[in-house]
Design a protein around this ligand. Structure first.
Ligand code: FRU
Length: 506
């Protein structure tokens, strides 16, 4: 296994020579823990009351250890399953496995046993899971079938299945289901059922080759390559492509498709970011709309990466969650014993704005279940564990406001009426920024694109994050922050604001 790992590092090293930065995969990878799917118990148990400094109170985090991408999310029988990239053995990237949490309301989460661990094909990178209602794969009606990247000497696609509602998985003896012995980057399979052509479709990202391949299958085991999406626009080809998701959405009364695609580096604030491309998909080929404003960002902040949507969500909902971090500094995040959280789950919709398809994200309505009643605010307030701040900005006037705490740490927001944009200062005044050179950001530009005389902002503030939503959802910006204690003072001259306390989920 050691050989496999170092060959993998070597392959990536070669990619680095051709002027690409794969350094985050180049770190010392600890030897993988061999084992088959499922099982837990090789790690020392760690306990938590979820009250450590910076511990998120309304966002899921595992008790301990490293996480990155959310992956394989699937809904079944009232349970939202959240699987994710996880190192069961420590606080750094490596030994990638699939951690697991469950929820009945997308708000309160229970950490479950690790479901997939590295095996002789390599580490268990990102992927997806579907509910096989018609037993197309032969593992049983309603089996949950996971497709993921086995990352060893090469990145290959592998299958695992669960016949107990997603609590444990067995790896398929016919793995890999898509072999690869040439491409350095070929990963993060996201699978969905395409009704019109009666087949499963898989999207796969090709990293530094800037392509998303689409594959088709009748049974989830045998796959044929259908097409490849590329975009000859260098603004979209600045970093490696990862974690694609082709999502069917409603738009002006008909179906439209949106490709979500994470890119690193080259994100809106440097480092990681997630682009989207509205377009059409005919069961074989995805064609992005022709427009001149690419890249479009799912989120304008630095800390929303590798997000994809839940499979099999009820009522055709498109529920998205991202990794709330950035490869620029994730490995140095000053938190322990866990490392990294996910964004609040968000409902995605597509609206027409200035004649163009525009993605909107809003926090799922289930969060109202932990919300108190809005209280008018200006000055100090009782922040509780976490809260939502809602403000009304008159769009025709410049304005500014800030959030701060009793030790004087402060995050500033400046609205510019002529550009209709908000500048958010995630600088050294916000708290601890010294742990990584690239963490401090003097001014992040969030275009609000607002029309009318006033626009609303909803800002969700937790112990170590600030998530900004223009209230029609068409602009969002997600920030990690590490203040000594939560911000509990608003200074907003001439702006109407309310605070709604959000109860901790633990
Ligand atoms: C994205 C990513 C994926 C990969 C995983 C490895 O953050 O690089 O492309 O599958 O993380 O942990």
């Amino acid at each position: 296994m050691k050989t496999t790992v170092s060959l993998f590092a070597l392959a990536l090293g070669v990619a680095c020579i051709s002027c690409v930065d794969n350094s985050r995969f180049d770190m010392d990878i600890p030897p993988v823990v061999p084992g088959n799917a499922g099982g837990n118990g090789q790690e020392k148990p760690v306990e938590s009351n979820y009250s450590e400094k910076h511990r998120p109170q309304i966002h899921y985090t595992p008790v301990a250890n490293w996480v990155n991408d959310p992956n394989g999310m699937v809904y079944l029988d009232g349970v939202w399953h959240l699987y994710y990239q996880y190192n069961p053995g420590g606080p750094d990237w490596g030994n990638l496995s699939w951690g697991h949490a469950t929820s009945s309301d997308l708000v309160h989460w229970k950490e479950e046993a690790v479901v997939l661990r590295p095996d002789n094909l390599g580490m268990v990178f990102s992927g997806s899971a579907v509910c096989d209602h018609e037993n197309s794969a032969g593992f049983g009606r309603d089996a949950i079938v996971a497709l993921y990247t086995a990352s060893g000497e090469f990145q290959q696609q592998a299958l695992a299945y669960s016949t107990d509602g997603g609590m444990t998985f067995a790896t398929y003896e016919g793995n890999p289901v898509i072999a690869n012995s040439s491409m350095p980057d070929f990963r993060d399979p996201k699978v969905f059922w395409h009704e019109e052509t009666a087949q499963w479709i898989m999207c796969l990202a090709k990293g530094w080759s800037y392509g998303v391949e689409l594959w088709g299958s009748a049974d989830l085991r045998h796959w044929d390559r259908l097409s490849e999406f590329t975009i000859p626009d260098e603004r979209c080809n600045k970093g490696q492509w990862e974690c694609p998701d082709l999502v069917r959405m409603r738009f002006n009364g008909h179906d439209k498709w949106v490709l979500l695609l994470s890119v690193n580096p080259g994100g809106p604030c440097g480092g990681s970011g997630t682009m989207y491309f509205p377009g059409e998909f005919d069961g074989t080929v995805f064609v992005a709309d022709t427009r001149d404003d690419y890249p479009l960002w799912v989120d304008h902040g630095p800390d929303n990466y590798a997000g994809v949507t839940w499979s099999n969500a009820p009522e055709g909902r498109n529920v998205f969650i991202g990794w709330m971090n950035n490869w620029n500094y994730a490995g140095a995040s000053p938190v322990s014993p866990w490392r990294s959280a996910f964004t609040l789950p968000r409902e995605l919709t597509l609206i027409e704005k200035d004649g163009l398809a525009t993605l909107c994200s809003r926090v799922v309505e289930e969060l109202d279940g932990i919300a108190g009643s809005p209280q008018p605010v200006n000055g100090s307030f009782d922040a509780g564990d976490a809260y939502k701040l809602s403000l009304v900005l008159p769009t025709g006037e410049n304005s500014r406001f800030s959030l701060s705490n009793s030790v004087g740490e402060c995050m500033e927001f400046v609205y510019n009426a002529s550009s209709r944009s908000l500048t958010v200062k995630r600088n050294s005044r916000t708290g601890n920024t010294a742990f990584a050179d690239l963490f401090s950001l003097p001014g992040v530009n969030v275009p609000l694109g607002c029309a009318g005389s006033a626009t609303g902002l909803d800002i969700y503030v937790d112990q170590s994050s600030v998530e900004v939503f223009a209230s029609d959802g068409s602009a969002t910006a997600t920030f990690l922050v590490y203040p000594t204690c939560i911000y509990d003072r608003l200074d907003a001259v001439g702006l109407e604001a309310t605070v709604t306390k959000l109860e901790r989920i633990w």
